[in-house]
Structures are given as C-alpha cells and as structure tokens.
Write a protein that binds this ligand. Structure first.
Ligand SMILES: *Cc1c(COP(=O)(O)O)cnc(C)c1O
Length: 841
C-alpha cells in the first residue's frame, strides 16, 4: 500500500519562504510574541517581529544540520575566540536566506521601510576590531562551505563601549546591547557547566595506587551557554555561536543561605557574574588584569567540558579518539589556557597517562598568531597563575619540563635557546609566555598574511620554526563578501550580478570576469554611478549627524580602524595640514578636492591615541571653517565606528588608507573590504597590503614608504627624526603649527606631547615616511583627474579581489589544518503529520 501523503494547504508559517507566508508569520509574531496590534507597534516591535520570523528559518536549518553532523560522525571544528564582532544579524540572515528583496517587498506592502527596521538592531559588539571581526567572517564562511563548526566565546554583558565625541575628545559610553532583549539567542540553562578557580592541589595515590592530583578550588562559577544560529549563504547548513555567561553557582549560594549569610551569598553572585560583565577594550595591547585571565579560563574550561560531553556522551567515542573527531582553533593566545586545561581533564579527570594525554592534546589544537607587537604578546605573572589556577601552573611547568628536555636533545649545549624557547620567562619576575605555550601545545601554527608569517618564522617564533618547520604555515586573512559587498553595497552587487551572474557571491574568484568590461564605457559609467550613489548616502549621513557638508565629487579619502600610533592616523593628519598650507599659500591654484574621513575607537587608557582623535577633530575644526579653503578640503571624524556604521563607509571610499609602519600590521582586513568595494589603496608594504598589491597589479595600487628591511636598517643605524624635521620645510611647518597651538588656540600647548613624541622618538617613523607619503598622495590627486582611468583602476581592484574572500581562507585552513569533510544538509519538505504524530517519550 502506498502511504498517503497529507495534503499541505499552505506553507508552514515557521519555515515557509513565500511572500504571503512571511507576511502572515510577521503579523503573527507581532501579535503573539510582542503582544501588539499593528497600529500600536513601535519600531522595536516591528524589528523584533521580523527577527523572530527570520529566526524560525534559522532554527529550522540548524536543527537539521545538528542531526546531519551527528549522523555523519564527521570531524568538527571548534573556533575558540575571546571576541566575535558579529555585527547586526537580521540583514545578514536575509542575505544568506536569499530573502532580502522579498522581505523588502513584504515590508513595503505593510507601508514599512526595511532599512528603518534593520537600523533598529543593536549590534553585538563583542570584539575590539579586526581579530573579532575575523572570527565572525570565518563563521560565515565555514557554514557556507558546509564545514561542521561551532564558534565558542564569551557573552559579555557590555561589549565594546559606544564612542561619543565631545569637544573633539572621545567619551566612552557603556554598551548596553542587551537592553531590549536579544531575539537571536537561545539560553541553554540545562547545558550549564561549572568552572572552578583558586584553592590548592592535593597529591596522593588513589585506591589503585596510581598517583593522582586533586584540585580543591576556592570558587565555583556556573557557565551558561547562549546559542545563536549562524546561517551560510545558499546552503541548508547552519551552525551555532555558543557564548558563555557567568552566573553564581546555586549549590554554593545555598550553603551560605543555610548558614544565614544572606549578604555573603549575594556577594558571591555579584563576584561570579562579574567574570563576563565587560569586554576589555584594548586592541593590540595585552591587559594584564586578573579578571581578564579569569575570563579566558572561564570560557575555555566551559568549552572543553562541552566538547568532551559531545565527544563522549553524545557521540560515544573513546577519549583517545578526540583529536580525530575535533580540531580546536585558537584565535590568538586568548584561549591558550586550553592546552593545560585539556591536559588536566585528560589526566586528572579521565585518568589518562601523561604521555597519552599529551599526544591527544597536541593533536587537537591549532594556533593562529595575530601579532608581532611585543606589547600585545600575552604573558601572565606566574604568581597570578598559581593563585588563580594552581593545578594549571603545575601542568604548565610539567609541559615545559618535557618540552625543554626535547629541546636539549635536539640542540645540545644551546643554553640561550632554552631560555628563549622556555614557556617560562624568568628574567626577573616570572611570567608564562602564552605564545610559547600555544605553539608547543598545537599541531599547527599559522600567521595571517604572507609577510606576517615570514616575520613570525624568521623572528618571533624562529626557534620553534627551526624545531618544527612542518607545524608552520600561512593563512592569509579574508572577509566575507556576503556582508562586506552583497549586504552593504546593494547597487554594486546588482551591477556586478547584471554583468557576470551571481556565482561570484560564493566563489569570489569569478569577479575576474569583470575584467572583460574595463574597456566598456557604459559599464565604467555605471561603475562610477554606483560609487557616487554610495558617496551620496554617506554624505547625507554626515550632513544629518555631524552637520558637515561634503562635496560628493571630491576624493573620499578614508581611514577607519582602531586608533593606534602604529596605524599612523597622525601621518594622515600631516598630509591634511600640508594640503591646507599649500592652498593657503596659493589660493588661486587648481586643486583636486578631498574629503578626509576618519573613524575608530581609542583604548580608554591609551593617552596618545585619544590625543590623535582630538587632533583630527581640531584640524577639522580649522580646515572646515576656513573661508580660503572653501570646499576643497573637509575633515570628518565619524563617531562610534562599529560594524553597523562601517557598512556605510567601505562602499563610499575612493581611497583606502592603509599606512601602518611596515612590519607592524599583521594582516589587516579593512584593507580587503575597501578593495572589494572598488577603492584604490594608498599603503605601505605591510600585512596583506603586499598581497593586495600583487593581486590588483602594482599599477592599480599607490605604494609608499619604507619596507620592513629598510625600517630595520634605519633603526639599527640610529634613527634621528629631528634631521627630517630640519631638512623638510613643509614637514617642519606642519609640526610647528600643531605644536604651537594653531589648531588649539584655547590651549596652545595641547598637542606638544604628540609632536614631541615624533621629534624625540618617533617609534613608528612618521617623519621618515612623510615625504614619500606626500608625493604618493600627489600622484593620487593627479590620477583622480582622469576619471575614466580611475574608474578602470577601481573596477580592476574589485575584479582582482577574489583572493581576499574568507571562503578562500577557510578552504586553506580546511585543506591544510582541519581536514574536515563537508556535510550536505537536506531540509525535508515540511510535513505537519511529522509534528503531530511524534511520540516524545
Ligand atoms: C574590518 C574591521 C576592523 C579591522 O580594520 P583594520 O583596518 O584591518 O584594522 C575594525 N573594526 C571594524 C568594525 C571592522 O569592520
């Protein structure tokens, strides 16, 4: 007998994708989840109703994906990162579901503007900058490529601070991103685990006469997971981002309650919850605070417990098989405490021998190094480690002992090498070097751009490279074209798709096909129109929010990224002041107008970076209001640079400023977003700029400044910034104006510390690179005059940006490091019969 299929009347309101179904689901959610009649709905109600509508579709895919992973028993990647800078979910999910236009239409039918609804979303700013955003792009690409993956991190109650500018200075405002609730996450209270801290260790022999260490902690905290489904583009596969929140451990509370210590119990609660209260707002600077180490251990310990439960209980694999079934990628050293933690779990809890446990551990982890800056390399005082994690310190010392024995055997008599490679730094106060720990405890170590990996293996980790050359490889960073082109640049997306089809969205190398059109005047004109449209949108945002009128025909010259001396925003300022002086000296001369746009946050405790923000605003104040300048130069500082705001910026750029001192920027990813959106780059040979130039062609890239080797040589020969000041009249004039109060009339000495730092130290060689930068900028202005040539170069930049898709990066990680099988998830057609006739027990 053939089984009778039930007749499906209409699509399921929770899974269906047609216009009418989506509209019905939206109204339903508005009514029943928000409790609103349409007429009374606020913008937030509308946003929430739409978010829930889309979330249903996400959960649908995720549940089927989870099943498919389990059934296939495939190897899984756990991506461990202290930061995930996800950006708003709604728009991205609409793109990945292929529903953006349909929802636009649905909202229009209700008389609503999708853009306004999207603007309601408070982005989860759970990262500082590039490193956190990379984790987000990588999740998108892992899911899109059907690689079974889970992101593990911290659910900070307060993410990166909101930035306001008051009187030219940065003011930090607490980021209360959870204020209106978060529709994208599902708390999984029942999957909470306990994380221990402090106390002491007890050594002895167990009943079988085996040596055994017992850790008796002084504090126990609950880690509660919150899951956010992550979609891929045009795939049924979906994954999760699992973020841990700290809560008081109930059993601990009750003990105190029973003893009548009410306030003691509440104290514990507050102390426990502090662990995930706030993201440390330092980018490229290690925060040596105890609470930060607690955050790191907290999320790592919870994650490893979760991973082992999945491996042992859900999948029922023997513990020895762990490394074959899961790879844990460490995003920088922030999660590197995972190495001793896994050893502890294997040896102390699962009774493995040290050697077997070490074998599993070092084959489970892979480590991505993100920085060469000495001040960013993590090291923890041994004393602090011993106090907070006494058992882990013992394990680290034992790992180090075995490791140094291996080094001695390999390089007999090389005492200096032992001290360089040791996980313990014992020059004075003793420290744990987390990069060394991560390198020793991983089967793969990678840098994030060709130049960075080159410097890593020849300098910072050279000794390790000599010992294990096969461990090291390069994985040049990438960014997801779904968010960074398709979502943030709808016009350009339509134009490209019109010409070459939409295959490029999943295979960015197909952008190459655009090269066929660089000789086509009509296409070049459309290209220019798309850029102009984006510039107009940004211009009107600037007008509305900052009350500055900018000329959309001027060069939009943009530098957006964290504010840092090594990134040299102040070199950009020196160029602005130089142009200002040139116009003032020669007001009648023809001049290619420029709009200088800056954005970025300074770490709250970083004095010089905050001064740089003030300087940009102070120069803007003078330049923007000088009648002689007219509209030829405008300087704009966009407050609160985050993912939401950045999406207005990258599409509107003519010129991308990537001007760090060579050897300092590991890769950069902002540079890639600009290139994809057709901006030309002015840049040094640093990080991924080197590869961008290689790809787009040196004739389509404005390069200046010293190379890494030249920087080295200059520093070795005793760099004297003063000589550049004395020999270059234009430079001298700029610095004198800044230091003598031309831009700070009310407080003439304000910028003297900044100028003095340049004249007396200039660690980042601004003065040495100044002339080369100015001349290069002159070439940019010259090139911009010929719009046809400029548009061609712009189009070639986009056409040749395929390498910088995070899809390519993830493919490289998977081919060389993870080696996971891709799993195709099928979504069975919805069948109401399935849901009503299920036996639950
Ligand atoms: C891409 C991105 C960054 C990284 O920019 P870089 O120029 O590579 O330093 C920082 N912040 C946000 C919000 C970003 O989107």
């Amino acid at each position: 007998m053939p089984s009778v299929k039930p007749v499906i009347q209409h699509e399921d309101d929770r899974t269906g994708l047609d216009l009418e179904t989506l509209k019905r689901a939206f109204l339903d959610n508005l009514f029943f989840l928000q409790g609103r009649y349409p007429a009374a709905a606020t913008k937030n109600d509308l946003y929430m109703a739409l978010a829930y509508t889309i979330r249903d579709r996400c959960i649908h895919r995720w549940l089927y994906s989870q099943n498919a992973y389990l059934d296939s028993d495939a190897k899984v990647v756990g991506y461990l990162s202290a930061e995930f800078l996800m950006g708003p979910h709604l728009g991205n999910n609409l793109i990945n579901l292929g529903l953006f236009e349909k929802i636009e239409e649905a909202m229009e039918d209700f008389g609503l503007d999708l853009k306004e609804i999207l603007d309601q979303e408070e982005e989860p700013g759970l990262g500082n900058g590039g490193l956190g955003r990379l984790a987000a792009c990588y999740l998108d690409s892992m899911v899109t490529q059907n690689i079974p993956a889970v992101g593990y991190g911290i659910r900070y109650e307060f993410g990166i601070f909101d930035q306001e500018i008051k009187n030219g200075w940065q003011v930090e405002i607490t980021d209360r991103w959870l204020k209106y609730g978060n529709p994208w996450e599902l708390p999984r209270i029942e999957a909470a685990v306990e994380v221990k801290f402090g106390g002491y260790t007890d050594k002895g022999f167990d009943e079988n006469n085996h040596y055994h260490v017992n850790w008796i902690p002084s504090e126990v905290v609950q880690a509660v997971p919150y899951d956010t489904p992550i979609l891929g583009y045009q795939t049924n596969n979906a994954s999760i981002l699992r973020l841990w929140k700290a809560e008081a451990c109930e059993s601990f509370d009750f003990q105190r309650f029973n003893m009548g210590n009410y306030f003691g119990a509440v104290d514990d609660k507050v102390r426990s919850e502090n662990i995930t209260k706030v993201l440390y707002p330092n980018d490229s600077q290690m925060a040596g605070k105890e609470l930060r180490l607690k955050q790191q251990y907290f999320f790592v310990s919870a994650t490893l417990q979760d991973v082992l439960r999945y491996h042992l209980t859900l999948r029922k694999h023997p513990i020895g098989l762990l490394a074959e079934k899961i790879t844990l990628q460490l995003n920088d050293t922030h999660p590197a405490i995972a190495v001793p933690e896994l050893m502890r779990l294997l040896v102390d809890v699962h009774a493995m021998t040290w050697d077997d446990a070490w074998d599993v551990t070092k084959n489970t982890f892979a480590y991505t190094n993100h920085t060469l800056l000495p001040e960013a390399l993590e090291k923890w005082p041994m004393e602090m480690m011993g106090r907070l994690l006494p058992r882990h310190l013992e394990i680290i010392l034992e790992i180090n002992y075995h490791f140094l024995e291996e080094v001695k055997a390999r390089f007999p008599g090389d005492i200096d090498r032992l001290s360089r490679m040791s996980i313990i730094d014992d020059h004075g106060e003793k420290y744990i070097r987390m990069a060394n720990l991560a390198t020793v405890g991983s089967y793969a170590v990678n840098g994030v751009a060709a130049l960075h990996t080159e410097l890593l293996t020849s300098k910072v980790l050279h000794d390790f490279y000599e010992m294990w050359p096969e461990k090291f490889s390069n994985k040049t960073n990438g960014v997801t074209p779904r968010r960074w082109v398709v979502l943030n640049n709808r016009k350009l997306t339509r134009l490209i798709t019109d010409k070459i089809g939409d295959g490029w969205i999943k295979d960015l190398s197909q952008l190459k096909k655009l090269e066929l059109f660089v000789g086509d005047k009509k296409v070049l004109n459309s290209w220019k129109e798309a850029k102009l449209a984006a510039k107009k949108e940004l211009a009107s945002y600037i007008q509305d929010h900052l009350n500055i009128r900018v000329d959309v025909n001027s060069i939009f010259d943009i530098q957006v990224k964290r504010i840092h001396e090594y990134k040299r925003q102040h070199l950009n300022v020196l160029h602005i002041v130089t142009l200002y002086n040139r116009i003032k000296e020669n007001p009648g001369k023809k001049f290619v107008p420029r709009t200088f746009i800056f954005g970025g946050k300074a770490a709250p405790g970083y004095f010089m970076a905050k001064m740089m923000i003030k300087l940009i605003n102070a120069v803007g104040e003078v330049v923007n209001n000088d009648p002689v300048i007219k509209d030829r130069i405008k300087v704009v500082f966009l407050p609160d640079f985050n993912v939401t705001n950045s999406q207005r910026v990258y599409p509107a750029a003519d010129l991308s400023e990537q001007i760090s001192m060579a050897g300092k920027e590991a890769s950069g990813t902002g540079n890639m977003k600009f290139t994809m959106n057709g901006a030309l780059t002015i840049g040094t040979l640093d990080g991924a700029n080197v590869e961008i130039r290689e790809e787009v062609g040196k004739e389509n890239f404005f390069i200046f400044g010293l190379t890494v080797e030249e920087v080295q040589e200059l520093k070795n020969n005793g760099y004297n910034p003063r000589s550049y000041y004395e020999e270059n009249a234009e430079l001298r004039k700029c610095l004198d104006m800044i230091s003598s109060g031309y831009f700070s009339r009310d407080e003439p000495g304000l910028f003297k510390p900044l100028v003095d730092a340049l004249l007396y130290h200039d660690d980042y060689l601004l003065l040495a690179d100044y002339q080369s930068y100015i001349e290069c900028q002159d070439r940019v202005s010259e090139a911009y005059k010929d719009q046809e040539v400029w548009q061609k170069m712009s189009m070639l930049n986009t056409a040749r940006s395929g390498k910088f898709s995070s899809d390519r990066s993830i493919q490289d990680y998977n081919d060389d490091i993870w080696k996971c099988k891709r799993i195709n998830v099928s979504l069975p057609e919805y069948n109401p019969h399935d849901r009503t006739n299920i036996k639950l027990k």
